[in-house]
Design a protein around this ligand. Sequence first.
Ligand code: AMP
Length: 279
Amino acid sequence: MKVTTTVLETRQLVRQWKKEGKSIGLVPTMGFLHEGHASLIARARKENDIVVVSDFVNPTQFGPNEDLEAYPRDFERDSALCESLGADLIFHPEPEEMYHDPCAFVSIDTLSETLCGKTRPIHFKGVCTVVSKLFHIAAPDRAYFGQKDAQQLAIIKKMVLDLNFDVEVVGCPIVREEDGLAKSSRNTYLSAEERKAALCLSKAVKKGQELIQAGCSAEDVLAPMRAIIEAEPLSKIDYVSMVDALTMQPVEKVEKDVLVAMAVYIGKTRLIDNFSYEV
Ligand code: AMP
């Protein structure tokens, strides 16, 4: 497995692989890899000749009061995991390599204005910009993203469609801990007590799935979900919402495919979870 830190050396490898007619699968990550990331890498391994993992804590997707500095990092461990999963390359640049006082950005309207975009107004502009850059650097045939970040996945799919990126975006299911908590690099911030409290998210997801299957409308799904979370003293709801799966705009009735998504603070840690429902 190769490790690159510059755009130039990454491009040189990618050009050679393309010349040899090899297909490339890209897995963009911010590192501190867990089984959620591993599932994306394993899927990419199955479907492509070459697997490229990017490992980069992208500063442009963090707001001024967010956890950029505190975000967990362990490149040695990430590198060992990628090697064990058969990745061909990890691209691990420093922020200075990726950004030179930039003036060009990629942003997306409407889809980025709801759910996480409300609390994190610059987040998706940072995500779209870095993902566009990674698409240009790694020239993937396929790129793998988790349903865990469902709004991000919808936004990347729409960006690819609108801007004609020649890449297939593959969405992969949420990987959970045995007790239901969605795996996340941010789970490492939780104390033992908070870790228990964090179960209210996946419990609310389960309840929501039952209610939507029983034919309930949005508010009748969302209110009991909110009640489960509010019953947990360490929690504070950012949002619990039902939106159209494509436009990310709120819906009142389940008439088309929907996404039911939430962001909840457990202590100071902001966690997200969701489920999709297809009509
Ligand atoms: P991150 O490193 O948090 O930016 O995540 C990198 C990619 O891994 C994103 O596409 C995430 O959606 C995906 N991912 C993170 N956690 C999970 C999970 N628990 N299950 C599936 N995919 C995940």
